[in-house]
Design a protein around this ligand. Structure first.
Ligand code: EPU
Length: 434
């Protein structure tokens, strides 16, 4: 896929089904490395990132097979311990193999991820945590080498700020430790909970799921598992916002409404109706307000670790606020450079000023905004531009949408089924992935 072309201004309507969560599938796939045997994962989304993770696991000696959404990973015999630069540069989450490899073999070598389009994104918390368990880490030739000194021993690990993949890496590194590891200020994202459930089903002893204090009592060995990836709350949120931005009525089925507390609250504050029934969410936007003003009210958001407003929905929510009534202040507190979409949204006529970690969005009427050629800079920025393109009149062409393929399963088809006029076209001069 190269370029997405959208004829905007049509309300979305209908039902769409959530896919499995990218950010749960990646750590769970990596965690199969910790126990030899044949693992089965259900509801694995078919994305560029999950394909990259399968390639990485194969590089390490696992044999992998996909049938639809079911992925079988046999980790009986590992033959490698290195995540090469070629894979890490296309997917930072490759660092998730560090924890399981350290636990199982006592050694791992992983290319150090560089900065990316949304920030510097260091992995110092991961490394400091490993060191506290008795791992020696060194950096040479762009690779982190981690080797267990004598034996992995439980310890207390404290994160300065909750890190999602840091927590995941520390959990997997410590499940086979001697003694008990306590992770303080741990990330509470549902994806971390999904990993804990999987490891406990494998025979691990992890307590404190959904809290910021996790206790991992080391066990002798783990067994292979058959488990399921949770629905993708960020994909669900993206569809809810898209529905709110375009008007109309959309039901997202197969989701966990409880995983989106902050977004649901904020969407309701904009005046949008959200109905919850079991595993589905329905969003309805009322028609234009009095005097032709937009029916949407501006609201402020501040991105925070879970259960706060997810940084992975910030760009999409900003697209919605470009057509709300009033001024919305959007604070990005997780990543220092996650406003790359602002300049592109401005090309559609949006009025947005950036002041440090805040973006100040002055809503405009939908008729004052208009489609234009824009460029995607990262995964969630791409989703934001798709939402903007769907909701404003005229044609929007989004180039470099290969970013979208990293994290959204069949997004274009799913949107088309909801009535969007959206298509993909080949584009000349495609640039490399970032
Ligand atoms: N941080 C450090 N040092 C570390 C680790 C993190 O300073 O060693 C900082 C980060 O720079 C950031 C904050 O801590 O300021 C939190 O980052 P976190 O470690 O939680 O991010 P991550 O684990 O690298 C995951 C998701 C991201 C998502 C963030 C925040 C996966 C594979 N990735 O990244 O997803 O934005 O948590 O929720 O789970 C995406 O899907 O588009 C995406 C970027």
């Amino acid at each position: 896929m190269d370029k997405i072309v959208i004829e905007g201004g049509r309300p979305l309507a209908g039902t769409v089904r959530a896919s499995g969560a990218k950010n749960a599938a990646l750590p769970l796939m990596a965690a199969t490395l910790v126990a030899p045997g044949s693992h089965v994962l259900h509801n694995v989304p078919d994305l560029r990132d999950t394909r990259t993770m399968l390639r990485l696991l194969e590089t390490l000696g696992a044999s992998c097979e996909r049938q639809g959404t079911i992925v079988r990973i046999d980790t009986t015999s590992l033959t490698g311990a290195e995540a090469p630069y070629e894979l890490v540069k296309t997917m930072r989450a490759s660092v998730l193999v560090l924890g399981p490899l350290i636990a199982r073999t006592g050694y791992a070598r992983v290319s150090l991820p560089g900065g990316c389009a949304i920030g510097a994104r260091p992995i110092d918390y991961h490394l400091r945590g490993f060191e506290q368990l008795g791992v020696i880490t060194t950096l040479a030739e762009g690779y982190v080498e981690a080797s267990v000194d004598t034996v992995l021993k439980g310890n207390v690990v404290y994160f300065d700020t909750p890190s999602v993949t840091g927590t995941e890496n520390l959990i997997t590194a410590s499940v086979l430790c001697r003694g008990t590891t306590v992770i303080k200020n741990a990330a509470r994202e549902p994806e971390v909970g999904n990993l804990i459930d999987m490891l406990n089903a494998m025979g691990a002893d992890i307590e404190g799921r959904d809290s910021d204090r996790l206790t991992v009592r080391g066990v002798e060995r783990l067994r292979p598992v058959e488990t399921e990836i949770i629905p993708d709350r960020i994909e669900v949120g993206t569809f809810l916002i898209a529905a709110a931005a375009t008007g109309g009525e959309v039901t997202v089925a197969g989701c966990v409404p409880g995983h989106l507390p902050a977004l649901i609250e904020k969407l309701r504050s904009t005046g949008v109706d959200i109905g919850e029934t079991g595993d589905s969410l329905t969003v309805r936007r009322k028609d234009a307000g009095a005097g032709g003003r937009p029916a949407l009210k501006s609201v402020d958001i501040r991105t925070m670790p879970y259960p706060g407003f997810p940084t992975d929905l910030q760009a999409q929510f900003m697209a919605l606020m470009t057509q709300a009534d009033g001024v919305s202040v959007i604070h990005e507190t997780i990543f220092e450079n996650r406003f790359m979409h602002v300049a592109e949204l401005r090309r559609l006529g949006a009025e947005i000023k950036v002041d440090g970690s805040a973006a100040i969005v002055t809503g405009r009427r939908r008729e004052e905004l208009c489609g234009a050629p824009v460029m995607a800079t990262d995964l969630r920025a791409s989703a934001s531009l798709v939402i903007a393109g769907l909701s404003v009149p005229g044609t929007t062409e989004i180039s470099r949408v290969y970013h979208l393929e990293r994290g959204y399963e069949n997004m274009v088809d799913k949107l088309r089924e909801l009535g969007a006029a959206i298509r993909t076209e080949r584009e000349e001069n495609q640039a490399g992935a970032t």
